[in-house]
Design a protein around this ligand. Structure first.
Ligand code: GN1
Ligand code: MG
Length: 364
């Protein structure tokens, strides 16, 4: 789409929300799932997103979740004495469409939503210890605000999202089918994934037995999902709320370590450089535990290093599964990108497993 076509497209979407004067559109290239655009308008700076409804089967329920969660956080902040201005900056604000729904469907059956752009903020794919600390604080606080949210009211936007055992079973089926004849090109990685069969069950079985509690969690805590104030470097707002669902604190901790505490970021082709950095792990842990308050249990604490392994392993397996399935889930920019992503993540997972004891000592 050229820029005139894009302006026409976004303008037409915005109209459904009663928003006019669209200009200055920028395409956001971060994220593997939704389509994201920034635009100026008569209502100010906006984030316009096309919801991937191949991934999110029920966009209406997804938006109900997001509105409920953001309303809840706003109320809690208000009760804690935060100013209206601070709340506006800290919590995502979505615009209703003309029909009152928080999404609109275009002529091609695509789902769109619009929220306010929070000025003076940016995101990082990787960062310094201070940045990791801030990201930890942001995600920790987010979980604390939702600690009394009635989980029953949330729709599971992607069933079994972090059920690593279910994902493992799916992976076995994908390998057996090998529908695109790609398995021979990556036997080493397939064997690696399969070698962790028993480990894959560990966290989900502890959740099922009640050894660790279910909580309302974010479930996609890449550090670029926290907006950072460009002037102060402080965390401002947690974004990408599509997967807020009942889960485990470990999912949020582990995924953030995977994405933020690696020596090289996801997507790097320097496969031998994937390694967990202990300083970044500690920084995230410090921020996260401060943000979440005293509710982290001893069992959860003991499982933090395993969670970092698990989330890295899980996404490595998901990338490889998608590669073997013909690249239908994660957006790719070149052939073989999901295989490359898998290679990096599985190398990182191995490194985390090797350093489990060192990482455990950090949180003690
Ligand atoms: C996807 O939303 P986005 O693109 O940041 C994925 C996450 C993965 C991540 C890997 C809904 O996140 O689970 O960890 O890619 N989101 C969904 O980069 O599947
Ligand atoms: Mg996401």
């Amino acid at each position: 789409m050229n820029s005139t076509e894009l302006t026409a497209k976004i303008s037409k979407v915005a109209e459904k929300f009663g928003i006019n004067g669209i200009n200055d559109i920028e395409t956001c290239n971060i994220g593997h799932i939704n389509g994201t655009f920034f635009a100026q308008s008569d209502k100010g700076h906006l984030v316009v997103q096309r919801i991937n409804h191949n991934v999110f089967k029920d966009p209406a329920a997804l938006m109900d979740n997001i509105i409920a969660v953001t309303d809840h956080i706003r109320k809690k902040m208000e009760n804690e004495g935060a100013s209206a201005e601070e709340i506006e900056r800290s919590v995502m604000r979505f615009y209703p469409a003309k029909d009152g729904k928080y999404y609109a469907i275009d002529e091609n059956g695509e789902y769109w939503r619009i929220c306010k752009f929070i000025e003076g903020t940016c995101t990082y794919n990787s960062g310094s210890a201070e940045m990791l600390y801030q990201a930890g604080l942001g995600f920790g606080k987010f979980q604390r605000y939702l600690s009394d949210f009635p989980a029953r009211e949330l729709t599971e936007t992607i069933p079994n999202f972090h059920d690593t055992a279910v994902r493992f079973a799916h992976f076995e089926e994908t390998v057996a089918a090998d529908a695109f004849n790609r398995a021979d090109a990556c036997r080493d990685l397939i064997e690696k994934v399969l070698s962790y069969k028993d480990t894959a069950k560990e966290i989900v079985s502890k959740l099922a037995s009640g050894e660790i509690p279910y909580r309302v969690t974010h479930n996609d805590t890449k550090i670029n999902n926290v907006l950072i104030d460009v002037k102060t470097g402080e965390s401002v707002c947690v974004v990408d709320l599509d997967t807020v669902m009942p889960g485990s604190l470990l999912y949020d901790f582990g995924d953030a370590i995977r994405a933020g505490a690696s020596a090289v970021p996801e997507g790097s082709l320097e496969f031998d450089k994937f390694a967990v950095r202990e300083d970044l792990y500690k920084a995230f842990y410090d921020g996260f535990s401060l943000g979440i308050g005293d509710s982290i249990t001893e069992n959860e604490k003991n499982l933090l290093p395993l969670s970092a392994f698990m989330m890295t392993y899980e996404v490595g397996m998901r990338f490889l599964d998608d590669y073997l399935s013909g690249d239908t889930y994660f957006h790719t920019d070149y052939a073989g990108q999901n295989l490359d992503r898998a290679r990096g993540q599985l190398a990182l997972a191995d490194d985390i497993m090797k350093k489990k004891d060192i990482l455990l000592a950090i949180a003690k």
